[in-house]
Design a protein around this ligand. Structure first.
Ligand SMILES: C[S@@+](CC[C@H](N)C(=O)[O-])C[C@H]1O[C@@H](n2cnc3c(N)ncnc32)[C@H](O)[C@@H]1O
Length: 331
């Protein structure tokens, strides 16, 4: 069953456009009709409309499949990546070497199939401690600075200067919905503060600190704080291992540095209040995950903490690895 809202047909197009602009329309399902209303699939409840559950059909093929509008020489079409990243009005795609001579055509096809794209960059992957991307313009105009809409929030960012992952929108919403009134929240690896922004919008924390090594992260986080009226957000530039011990102890700590987040767990548990939760993300071989969970329990005990762990597989990372979401509760 899919969550949706019933909208009179005459208002359908304007509401659909608004939900799409605000990042609230669930584009993985098809819109359907019921009597004189349209059923619009949604990611979160929409003010002014009752949420209903219906059995909607999934989209048959990815929205804006650019491969169908691109004519490449024989055999090369099979090398085209199925998916690409979109942040705001910027598309980013990893182009295989064999397709280098067709970069402009690929970028233009992506823009043709996805009318909301202003420009397309080739992306050679996320690199270094700051997790930023090496981008080269393939089609369209302007820089990679953009505004990404997520559940009605406006996230100002630039993937060439600071990390931002639009695919974590659901996770941010899950965590924001757990935050109780007056909590002290700390994101140790905050980027442009998407977790902090959603927490301030959907909950009522006392304060949400958002720490990042990258000064560009603080610059964008301040813009995001002002644009989203997230007054409780406090962005801080610095190394989390140095900054976290200087802040008040927290009720909730977020650690999204999935290659090495577990190394910071002892520090996070020291800075966490009893009854609080660390939300961490970890990329690991699937067969090694149970051992990691045991080691985390043992490490906490060595440091004098008792913890309970809840986990789920967030997404597949490679044929043998996954990204896990791990909620660590301190007793
Ligand atoms: C994977 S990104 C997560 C950003 C953000 N939480 C999000 O979900 O968009 C990790 C961030 O950690 C920052 N970082 C890496 N090492 C750090 C450290 N020791 N202290 C603070 N920030 C760090 C990087 O600059 C990067 O922005």
């Amino acid at each position: 069953m899919v969550q949706c809202i019933r909208v009179p047909k005459r208002d359908g197009e304007s509401v659909r456009t608004r939900l799409l602009d605000d990042g609230i329309l669930d584009v993985s399902f098809r819109i359907s009709a019921e009597d004189d209303s349209l059923l619009l699939p949604i990611l979160i409840p929409v003010e002014g409309y009752e949420t209903v559950e219906r059995d909607l059909r999934p989209q048959d093929r990815p929205v804006g499949d650019y491969r169908s509008v691109l004519d490449l020489p024989d055999g090369l079409g099979d090398l085209l990546p199925v998916s690409f990243d979109v942040v705001g009005d910027v598309g980013m795609i990893k182009v295989p070497e064999e397709l280098d001579p067709f970069r402009r055509e690929i970028g233009e096809a992506m823009m043709k199939a996805n009318r909301s794209l202003r420009c397309v960059f080739s992306d050679s992957g996320v690199k270094g401690d700051l997790r930023i991307r090496d981008l080269e313009l393939m089609a369209g105009e302007g820089t990679s600075e953009t505004v990404h809409k997520e559940f009605g929030a406006r996230m100002h960012t630039d993937p060439a200067k600071v990390y931002f992952n639009p695919r974590l929108a659901g996770e941010r919403h899950r965590i924001a919905s757990m935050v109780r009134d007056g909590e002290v929240v700390m994101d140790m690896f905050g980027g442009v503060a998407p977790f902090g922004i959603q927490i301030c919008r959907f909950a009522n924390p006392k304060v949400a600190y958002s720490i990042d090594l990258n000064p560009e992260a603080e610059r964008f986080a301040l813009i995001n704080r002002d644009d989203n009226h997230a007054e409780q957000l406090v962005p801080i530039t610095g190394d989390a291992t140095v900054v976290a011990p200087t802040l008040p102890s927290a009720d909730r700590i977020i650690m999204n540095l999935p290659q090495i987040a577990d190394r910071f767990l002892p520090l996070a548990l020291d800075r966490l209040n009893h009854g609080g939760t660390v939300h961490m993300y970890k990329i690991i071989e699937r067969e090694d995950f149970p051992t990691l969970c045991e080691e985390m329990g043992a490490m906490a005990a060595e440091n004098g903490h008792t913890i309970e762990i809840e986990t789920f597989e967030l997404k597949t990372y490679s044929p043998t690895m996954s990204v896990y979401s791990i909620d660590v509760h301190k007793m």
